[in-house]
Design a protein around this ligand. Structure first.
Ligand code: GLU
Length: 468
């Protein structure tokens, strides 16, 4: 037998706010498909017309593209498949596997109240379910029927969940699910089954809030003659306070992270570890993730969002990034801060200088600002306060030496050493006044690197102004 061709899907409902936890549900089916050279499908479950928004669809699609979660098929919108769902409803009706139910809202409510009063689980009583020899009530004229699936009676539904192990649900716990509403629109659980079958999904990897839907979906799937896929139900992602993630308690959307200067590689790495592990690997590439990914290593308990860890990872990725690529990624942030990166020192050099200490692209951009400000105009008072008279001779010698020095970090370092020795002073005594003369602040990265980035001419010009 040829090995199974793996097909997975991410099937988000574009309702409201899309946080990181939502996108993690895209990551695992994507990685599983890629690992197995299979297909990954994006299906937008937009049948909840009141709550679905184009904005949420855009966030999902952009977020996936940003993280590099490429799709092989889709986005496929459920709203565009309504005719297909109706066709399958009809198939079930024709096969006697579904039936019209004329119980009115009012009757249903009464039934529920009665069951609740008797401490029974509220469920449909099968009044309109056809059975051999059973006489159904007369069809009322004023009720538009729903269509219910004829759930098997007796026996149970079993699946071996790739995360949770064997799960068995007795069919007696499941009543006859409504698959089509009075207005003829198909219901959620039904659409999912038709799609998973039509799309030949082999592995359903999704949040464990869907565990309860699974036995119903499996029953419908079997009735349609489909092969039960493998299910992997992922534990939830909780926020850092251990609550369900939501906008109300401060969850950030993928876009927010993008705007805050996070790198997509860091987010991907971070999300991968929220519920999956490979030994003690914490920092890994996307390729490694795909290579290592398997369903066996999915975690069984809820993962907890840890913003500090995400920031730490972002720092790792920034520190190890190629300065040229990092500079490209940082430029938009610099421009937002009003920095004209084309006018002044080479931006890539500035970024290379700042990246080891930055946690986000915004921090790099903020650090870069210094290098693009005009030369400071220092008042006599500022000079007197920050550049001691005693250091002026050393500054004079420094300027003279710089003039004949090669414009390299090591050479500048050597010049500093030489001047320090000559004047019997320590590094801060010289470096602080130099920093102040250059930028009107003493908070700068390492002075030799700063000199390289700012450029010798500019340095000499700025220093000369304070020794007059
Ligand atoms: N649309 C569902 C959700 O966003 C997912 C359904 C599924 O993966 O089967 O929670």
């Amino acid at each position: 037998m040829s090995p199974m061709h793996i097909r997975t899907r991410f099937a988000p409902s574009p309702t409201g706010f899309i946080h990181l936890g939502n996108l993690r549900s895209a990551l695992y089916p994507w990685a599983f498909a890629r690992h197995n050279k299979g297909d990954f499908i994006l299906r937008i479950e937009d049948t909840d017309l009141e709550r679905s928004t184009q904005e949420a669809v855009d966030v999902i699609i952009e977020g996936m593209a940003w993280l590099g979660l490429d799709i092989d098929e889709g986005p496929i919108y459920q709203m565009q498949r309504i005719d297909r769902y109706r066709e399958v409803v009809q198939q079930l009706l024709d096969a006697g596997l579904a039936y019209h139910c004329y119980m009115s809202e009012d009757e249903l409510n009464k039934l529920r109240d009665h069951q609740m009063a008797n401490k029974e689980k509220p469920r449909y009583n099968g009044l309109w379910r056809p059975e051999p020899g059973k006489v159904l009530p007369a069809i009322p004229q004023d009720v538009l029927p729903v269509i219910r699936f004829k759930n098997p009676i007796g026996s149970s539904v079993v699946w071996d969940d790739a995360v949770k192990g064997i799960i068995e649900i007795n069919n007696d716990e499941l009543d006859d699910l409504v698959i089509s509403r009075p207005d003829g629109t198909p219901t959620y659980n039904f659409c999912v089954v038709v799609d998973d079958l039509d799309m030949k999904i082999t592995h359903v990897i999704r949040g464990d809030d869907h565990v309860n839907n699974t036995p119903r979906q499996i029953n419908i799937m079997k009735a349609l003659g489909g092969i039960q896929p493998i299910y992997a139900h992922l534990p939830t992602v909780l926020n850092d306070a251990g609550e369900k993630m939501s906008k109300r308690n401060g969850a950030m959307s993928v876009r927010d992270y993008q705007k805050a200067g996070y790198l997509p590689e860091a987010i991907l790495n971070y999300l991968a570890r929220l519920g999956w592990s490979h030994g003690d690997a914490e920092v890994f590439t996307k390729e490694q993730f795909v290579q290592w990914f398997d369903l066996d290593s999915l975690g069984r308990s809820p993962a907890q969002h840890n913003p500090e860890k995400l920031l730490w990872l972002n720092h790792q990725y920034i520190q190890n990034a190629d300065p040229l690529i990092l500079a490209q990624a940082t430029k938009p942030f610099a421009h937002t801060l009003g920095i004209d990166t084309e006018n002044g020192p080479d931006f890539t050099q500035v970024v290379a200088l700042l990246k080891d200490r930055a946690n986000t692209l915004i921090e790099i951009a903020e650090g870069a600002r210094l290098f693009y400000l005009p030369a400071p105009t220092l008042s006599a008072e500022q000079i007197a306060l920050n550049i001691p008279q005693a250091v002026i001779p050393a500054l004079r010698d420094l300027i003279a030496a710089l003039k004949t020095t090669e414009p390299l970090k090591e050479a500048y370092g050597a010049v500093f050493k030489q001047v320090l020795a000559q004047h019997q002073i320590k590094m801060p005594a010289l470096a602080m006044p130099v920093r102040y003369a250059l930028f009107a602040t003493t908070q700068t990265p390492a002075i030799d690197s700063v000199l390289v980035v700012l450029g010798k001419e500019e340095v000499i010009e700025r220093l000369s102004k304070v020794i007059l």
